[in-house]
Ligand binder design. Structure first.
Ligand code: T4K
Length: 404
C-alpha cells in the first residue's frame, strides 16, 4: 500500500504511485476451505457422477431448504436461467398480458430474462432507498401486466407486504429477484419465502457462491415440480419428455462448493460487518459522499458497500472519482448505470419511460470493494483518498480534463 495522498501529484492519474499495488475488486469471490472442497472433488471423481440430480445437488438443496426455511428449493446453473424458468412457469396464458413490471434500477439480467421469454419489461421507478417504488408500480399497472418482479437490491427487502398486496389485487404472480439477498431477513422472516417464487444468484461475485449457480425458492409444491422438469429439458422419466424444458441444471462441483460455502456463512457475515463498520469510520465526516446503510445490518449479509455522491456536487464528480480510484487500483463500480431502460434493446424502443429517481441514482452511485479480499487498513486508505479527492475535486478535474 502506498502512503496517504497529501498533494495532487500523489494521485496516480497525476503521476503518483497507485494506492495499491494489486487491484481491489468489487465482487472478488469469497472462498471456502480448500481441503473441504478437495475432499468433495475426490468423492465426485470416485463416483463419476458429475451432474444431473446427483448426490451433492440433493444434499445442497436439502441444506438450502433448511437455511432458507422454505418448502422447496430448486438449484439451477445461474440466476438468469432461474428467472427465465420462473417467468415462463408463472406467466399467464393470455397473450395480451406481456408486461412484467420491474425496476429499471437492477442488473440487466432481471429484464433480459423476461425479454428472452418473449415478454416486454415495463420499467418502474425506484425510491431513494434504491428499491422498487410500490406507488410507481401501482400507477403503471394495467391490463397488459403479466407479472410483478421485485428486486431485493443490495439485499434490502423489497416491500414484501406492499408488493404482495398489489399482486393480489391485480391477480398477477409476484416474483422476487433475490440475487443479492442470500442470508437476509425481513421482519424476522428469511428472504426466500416471499412472493410466488424467489430466485437467488450464487455467481462468483456474490456473498455466497457456487462458482456459477443459483436457486429458486418457493412454497408451491406444484411450481417446484414443474421447475424440476423444466430444469432437465422437460424430462419426467427416461425417454419421456412431458413439457418444454431447458438445461438449467447445477453441476455437482457447484453443489459441493455450495455445501462447503455454507460452512463459511458466519465468518463471511462477520467479515462483511467488520468492513461496513470500517467504511463508516473511513468515510465519516467526509462531506460529499454518504453510505446507503442496510436497513438492519443484523439482518443483512452487508455484501455491498453502496455510497451516494452528494447531489449538490457538480455532475462530473462521480465519474471523476471512479476514474481516479481505478487509477489507484480501487475498482469501484457504478452498478447499475445507466439503468436497464437506457440499455439495449430497451433504449431503442420509444417512448423512454420517465424514471427520475433511477436516473439520479445512476448518476451518483458508487459501489466500493468489500468481502474477504479487503481489510480495514485498506478501507481506511480508501477513505483517506476519497476525502482528499472530494476536497480537491475541482482542481483534479482541471488537471486531468482541462477545459478548452
Ligand atoms: N439479478 C441481479 C440483481 C443480479 O445482480 C445478477 C447478477 C443477476 C440477476 C444474474 O445472476 P447470475 O445469472 O449471474 O447468477 C457481475 C456478475 O457477473 C453478476 O452475476 C452480478 N449480478 C453483477 C452485479 O455483477 P459484472 O459485469 O460486474 O462482472 P465482472 O466480470 O466485472 O466481475 C466483477 C468483479 O469481480 C471484476 O472486477 C473482477 C472480480 N471477479 C469476478 C469473477 C467472475 C473476480 O475477482 N473473480 C471472478 O471469478 O457482473
Amino acid at each position: 500500500m502506498s502512503s496517504t495522498k497529501r498533494q495532487l501529484s500523489d494521485l496516480a492519474p497525476l503521476g503518483g504511485a497507485p494506492l495499491f499495488a494489486e487491484k481491489l475488486y468489487v465482487g472478488r469471490p469469497n472462498l471456502c476451505s480448500r481441503d473441504r472442497l478437495h475432499a468433495a472433488l475426490d468423492r465426485i471423481f470416485d463416483s463419476r457422477w458429475l451432474s444431473n440430480d446427483g448426490p451433492f445437488l440433493r444434499q445442497f438443496e436439502d441444506a438450502l431448504r433448511e437455511t432458507l426455511g422454505v418448502r422447496n428449493v430448486v438449484a439451477v446453473c445461474n440466476a438468469t436461467i432461474g428467472l427465465q424458468m420462473v417467468y415462463r412457469a408463472l406467466r399467464p396464458a393470455d397473450p395480451r398480458r406481456h408486461k412484467a413490471l420491474m425496476p429499471s434500477y437492477t442488473f440487466i439480467a432481471t429484464a433480459h430474462a423476461w425479454e428472452w421469454e418473449g415478454g416486454r419489461p415495463a420499467f418502474c421507478d425506484v425510491a431513494a432507498d434504491h428499491l422498487l417504488d410500490p406507488a410507481d408500480v401501482e400507477a403503471r399497472l394495467d391490463d397488459e401486466a403479466a407479472l410483478l418482479v421485485g428486486v431485493h437490491t443490495w439485499g434490502r427487502a423489497c416491500h414484501p407486504d406492499r408488493l404482495a398486496a398489489l399482486a393480489r389485487d391485480r391477480g398477477i404472480p409476484l416474483v422476487y429477484d433475490s440475487a443479492h439477498a442470500f442470508g437476509n431477513s425481513w421482519n424476522g422472516r428469511r428472504i426466500g419465502g416471499f412472493g410466488d417464487a424467489e430466485v437467488f444468484s450464487f455467481h462468483a461475485t456474490k456473498f455466497f457462491n457456487t462458482f456459477e449457480g443459483g436457486a429458486i425458492a418457493t412454497a408451491d409444491d406444484n411450481l417446484a415440480a414443474e421447475l424440476r422438469h423444466m430444469r432437465n429439458f422437460g424430462f419426467s422419466g427416461y425417454d419421456c419428455v412431458s413439457r418444454l424444458g431447458t438445461n438449467g441444471k447445477m453441476q455437482e462441483i457447484s453443489a459441493a462448493m455450495g455445501l462447503c460455502m455454507l460452512e463459511e456463512l458466519d465468518s463471511l457475515l462477520a467479515t462483511n460487518r467488520r468492513n461496513l463498520s470500517a467504511y463508516r469510520e473511513a468515510l465519516r465526516d467526509g462531506p460529499g459522499l454518504s453510505l446507503l446503510e442496510p436497513e438492519d445490518p443484523g439482518a443483512s449479509n452487508c455484501q455491498y458497500i453502496v455510497a451516494m455522491v452528494d447531489p449538490a456536487l457538480p455532475t462530473f464528480v462521480r465519474d471523476l472519482l471512479v476514474d481516479v480510484l481505478w487509477a489507484e487500483n480501487v475498482l469501484v463500480r457504478r452498478y447499475f448505470h445507466p439503468g436497464c431502460h437506457r440499455s439495449e434493446p430497451y433504449a431503442s424502443r420509444p417512448p423512454l419511460p420517465e424514471l427520475p429517481v433511477t436516473d439520479d441514482i445512476c448518476r451518483r452511485v458508487v459501489i466500493f470493494p468489500s468481502g474477504t479480499a479487503v481489510d480495514p487498513a485498506q478501507i481506511r486508505a480508501i477513505g483517506d483518498t476519497v476525502r482528499f479527492f472530494l476536497e480537491h475535486a475541482d482542481d483534479i478535474q482541471q488537471r486531468i480534463q482541462p477545459q478548452a
